[in-house]
Every structure is written in structure tokens, then in C-alpha cells.
Design a protein around this ligand. Structure first.
Ligand code: GSH
Length: 210
């Protein structure tokens, strides 16, 4: 049996693969790494992932980074669950969602808001970058609200996209957006997802506050 290790930070995007691992019910080791403060960013962790980001997954010691790649690897551990989509079209939709969530909402939206120094060396520019980040987040959330129809983002079953969407829903609430009034469909989706055993187990394990 493959040995599985996940490095995560409570409430961070690593919650998505954490949920997926509970979903496939495979035994794994979860290692907390507090990236928000940099407190546990040890030299050892930097050697594991020189990008100094979570999530990091190791399968029999083979290190995998980047959420869409990690989600693909977890899905491969339990192919019968089709966590990256069942049909070829669903698989394309899963990657469409994952790339957009990762590259636009996460890297640009929350990146600008929480890490403006990534976008400019000029501190005077930071407020404008944060404002742009909030705008990008609102634009993305409006699109998510328009796209969500069913209890699941893709097809009629749980995929990797669902816990990833839950991460951003929680972050939206954390930055003070009125999620339930502004995004009722997204809220119903998040509420239903929060009742899944895998989500409750991952959240309890992380004692996530964000
Ligand atoms: N492109 C990476 C982004 C990962 C990422 O930014 N993770 C955040 C947590 S949500 C992190 O580790 N941040 C630490 C930092 O920015 O210093 C992925 O998809 O896995």
C-alpha cells in the first residue's frame, strides 16, 4: 500500500486535498505547516517544496506540488471514485474549474489582497493592488454564483472542484463578504458540502478558523 503524506496549513487551500483524502478513506499522515505566519516554514519544509507553499503531497516519498496535480494524484489512488470527473467532458470541466480557481481567483484575487508584495516592490502601490484583488474576487464569485446549478460543480457527483470551491467560500466569509445574501447558490452549495463526512473530518483535523 502506498504511503501518503499531506502537508497542510489550517484553512488554507490545502483543505481541498485534505477533504479528498478523507473522501477516499485512505490512511495518510497530515503534517501541519503554518504558512500564514511563516512560523513553521522550516528549512526542512523548504527542501521538500522550494516554492514554500502548501499543499504538498508525498506518495511513497515522491513529492507532488500544485493543487491540480495533487488532486489528480489523489484521484489516481481511488480511480473508481472519478474525483477528476467521470466522462471525458466532465474531466475537461474539472480542469477548466481547477485552472481558473487556481490561476485567477487564488493567485490573482486573493494573491493581490493578501500578498500585494508579490505584484510590486513599491509599498505605495499596495492599497491599489489590494483593491484590485477584492474586485477580482467579487468578479469570480459572481461567475461561480452564475455557474453553480446542482449540489456538485461538475456532473452529478463529488469531484475535486467541490472542496476547492468550499475553500474560497470560507475565505470570502473571512474577508467580510456577505456570502449568504450576495451569493445564495454558492452558500447553499457550501452548506450542503459542509455536511459531508469528509469535509467535517478534514475541518476537525485542521481545527480551521479561516
Ligand atoms: N499554485 C499553488 C499555490 C499554493 C499556495 O499559494 N498556497 C498558499 C496557502 S493557500 C501558501 O502556501 N501560501 C504561503 C505563502 O504565500 O507564503 C497551488 O496550486 O498549490
Amino acid at each position: 500500500m502506498v504511503t501518503i503524506k499531506l502537508w497542510y496549513s489550517p484553512g488554507a487551500c490545502s483543505l481541498a486535498p485534505h477533504v479528498m483524502l478523507h473522501e477516499i478513506a485512505a490512511p495518510f499522515e497530515a503534517v501541519e505547516t503554518t504558512v500564514s505566519t511563516g512560523a513553521n516554514l522550516t528549512e526542512a519544509f523548504s527542501r521538500i517544496n522550494p516554492k514554500q507553499r502548501v499543499p504538498v503531497l508525498a506518495l511513497d516519498g515522491e513529492v507532488i506540488t500544485e493543487l491540480p496535480a495533487i488532486a489528480t494524484a489523489i484521484s489516481g489512488l481511488s480511480p473508481e471514485r472519478h474525483l477528476m470527473g467521470r466522462t471525458p467532458l466532465d474531466q475537461a470541466r474539472v480542469y477548466e474549474w481547477m485552472n481558473w480557481l487556481s490561476g485567477t481567483l487564488h493567485a490573482q484575487g486573493f494573491g493581490c489582497l493578501w500578498r500585494p508584495a508579490r505584484f510590486s516592490n513599491d509599498e505605495q502601490a499596495f492599497d491599489g493592488i489590494r483593491t484590485k484583488g477584492r474586485q477580482t474576487i467579487s468578479d469570480c464569485f459572481a461567475l461561480i454564483e452564475a455557474k453553480l446549478r446542482d449540489p456538485f460543480a461538475v456532473g452529478n457527483a463529488f469531484t475535486a472542484v467541490d472542496p476547492f470551491l468550499l475553500v474560497f467560500y470560507r475565505w470570502g466569509a473571512a474577508i467580510g463578504l456577505a456570502m449568504s445574501t450576495c451569493y445564495p447558490r454558492y452558500s447553499a452549495f457550501a452548506l450542503a458540502l459542509s455536511e459531508r463526512a469528509s469535509v467535517q473530518s478534514a475541518l476537525a483535523a485542521e481545527s480551521a478558523t479561516r
